[in-house]
Design a protein around this ligand. Sequence first.
Ligand code: T5A
Length: 222
Amino acid sequence: MQGRLIVFEGVEGCGKTTQIARSHLWLQDSGILESLQTRGNVSQLMITREPGGTEVGRAIRQLLLYPASQELVQNRTELLLYAADRAQHVEEILKPHLAEGGLILCDRYTDSTIAYQGYGRGLDRALIDQLNQIATSGLQSDLTLWLDVDVEIGLARAKQRGVRDRIEQATIDFHRRVQQGFNELARTYPDRMVRVDASLNETEVAQAIQTILQTRLAQWYT
Ligand code: T5A
């Protein structure tokens, strides 16, 4: 049994959390998960996220997103904290579940570091690639769904929820650079990274994702 890692990426408020929950429900309710399990293709289906997919990661997430002072987190500190969260997440959660044949829906992974710390903060790409390699021991996603929405729309959606975290409060130019990062990553890795128009309503986005997932699952498991 070979596990698969499916990652959801995008700018703030693009709808990842909403769509991960909907994909999870759809895989269960449609009978697809049961069918994959009966055929011995998949063991468990799980949802996880970065930062904060582990107990250690939850403490790191608090430091990163809700620090006691806005001044405390330097760019390289931020990069290292995301890498530390990922190293823990890969060893404690991702690798064991994949080894058991699990299907994983993960909210953000290595592309977020390239987009946010690389394009957004302007940190060196070679350094980021090296840290991603160290943190993941080479574990890549099997499929990354890039939920593409205008930065302004995403931020407005995120704002509606109330409290804004440290990164959501960064300048609009920062978020535009992050968006450019995802755009370039999708062009560089067209097989692994698939763009989804996330400006549509929730149901339409969910249907687009289901179509992509159906195709990939068929490729992987037949
Ligand atoms: N980060 C992360 C880095 O800088 N480097 C890294 O390496 C990593 C891993 C994570 C932060 O850390 C940064 C990126 C982030 O800034 P987070 O809380 O996980 O912080 O923040 P986000 O990942 O941005 O998650 P959000 O919860 O802010 O956004 P989502 O999950 O994309 O959006 P969601 O589903 O919560 O939806 C937001 C709102 O929009 C509505 C929802 O109902 C909700 O109210 N909505 C829609 N409205 C209209 N149309 C649709 N299609 C909608 N879909 C959802």
